[in-house]
Structures are given as C-alpha cells and as structure tokens.
Write a protein that binds this ligand. Structure first.
Ligand code: SF4
Length: 212
C-alpha cells in the first residue's frame, strides 16, 4: 500500500475517533510505565480501577521497591496475571532505584532491560511519556493494519511496526498508533468486526469482511 493510501485511511479513522488518545490514567512517567506494564492481556479500564489504589500507597519507585508482594497482589487481584505483574513491578522498581536513581530511563534498551518490559511497553513509554516518536504495535494495531491491507498478513509484530513507520511520516506515528488502536478496540473487533457500519469498508482488504 502507498503512503497516500495510508494517509487517506488514517484521515477517515480520525473522523470516527477525533479524540483517540491514551486511555490509561497516569500522572507522571513512573505511573505510565507501571500502568502500561499492568495492561498486558487486560483492559485499560480494569487497570484504571486498580492503579489509584496502588499509587496512593506506592507513589514512586522507592516505595514500590520496598512493597510487600502479598499486599501488591491483593491490590492487583482484579486484573489478569496479577501475580506475575506484582513481582515484575516490584523488581522493576528495585532496578529503577538501583540503576536510575528512581527515575524512568528514556532509552529503548534501558527500558527493555526492566523486568516485564518488552518492546511495545517501551515504545508506549517513549512516545507517551517522553514525546519521542515511536509507533507501538499492540494486538489491535496489528490486526487492523493487516485487515486493512496496510501490512501483509504474514508479517511479524516488529515487521508490522517497521512497515507502518515507513509508510507514515514520523510526526504522525503517535497519532497513527492511537487511531489504529481505537479502530481495533471500538470498531474492528477481533471476533466480530462491525463491518456493516465501517467507514473503511470499501478500502478494507479483509477477506472475511461482511455487510451482514
Ligand atoms: S470493514 Fe470490517 S474488517 Fe475491515 S476495517 Fe472495517 S470493521 Fe474491520
């Protein structure tokens, strides 16, 4: 697909979701990092319910590094994989204290060296928290990009990210991430996409798209 076609698609999605933005609630980069780490395989809504309790008790890396894991597990119990996530965010905080004076680093490799932090989480923190151009690819962005035919179906997550970055101007990466994500979260559902009401039905290359 050409850059112009992608631009047109993004403009159409923009009309549908003019306010597409990060739906995780956070007040600083530390809270953002923790919230994104907690959001794997659960909804932002569920994360937003537990983080106010977590951050009220453990407002920074120093506090969370010293937390009792059982207490953190109790707070995170409503979200998926809470035991792993509790361990990861405590260990992540310990590393922030030991290596970064309690601050969140703004380098990809430093972020990815933290427990439980992968490329997508690092990318979200960089673009959302530090305003460094990145185009994070989560399950929604990947699915929508492939169904629309922007990215070929056999591409990996990393190849999807690189393809999108090559087709979209750098200054639009951040916005494109949110637009594709909103499209996947609220329209192009994984199991039953809402094709009959889709603004992109004509352009979409998904072979199972249907008006019924
Ligand atoms: S037509 Fe259907 S599959 Fe294609 S983008 Fe729209 S909702 Fe998704």
């Amino acid at each position: 697909m050409s850059s112009d076609e992608v631009k047109l698609i993004l403009e159409k999605i923009q009309t549908l979701f003019p306010n597409a933005k990060c739906e995780l609630i956070y007040h600083n980069v530390f809270e953002l990092l923790i919230a994104v780490s907690l959001s794997a395989q659960t909804t932002d809504k569920a994360v937003n319910k537990v983080t106010p309790i977590l951050f009220a008790k453990y407002p920074d890396a120093y506090a969370l590094a010293q937390a009792d894991i059982l207490d953190v597990e109790q707070i995170l119990a409503p979200i998926g994989l809470f035991k792993n996530k509790s361990r990861n965010i405590i260990n992540l905080s310990k590393k922030l204290v030991e290596k970064y004076q309690g601050n969140v680093p703004n380098y990809q490799s430093d972020l990815e060296s933290l427990p439980g932090v992968g490329r997508k989480t690092a990318n979200v923190v960089l673009t959302e928290g530090f305003n460094i151009p990145r185009l994070p690819v989560d399950t929604h962005v990947e699915r929508v990009s492939k169904r629309l035919g922007i990215v070929e179906n056999d591409k990996s997550v990393l190849e999807t990210e690189l393809t999108l970055m090559s087709l979209i101007p750098e200054e639009n990466w951040h916005k494109a991430h949110h637009l594709l994500l909103f499209m996947g979260r609220y329209q192009c559902f994984a199991k039953k996409p809402n094709c009959q009401n889709c603004i992109l039905f004509e352009q979409c290359k998904y072979d199972k798209k249907t008006l019924n």
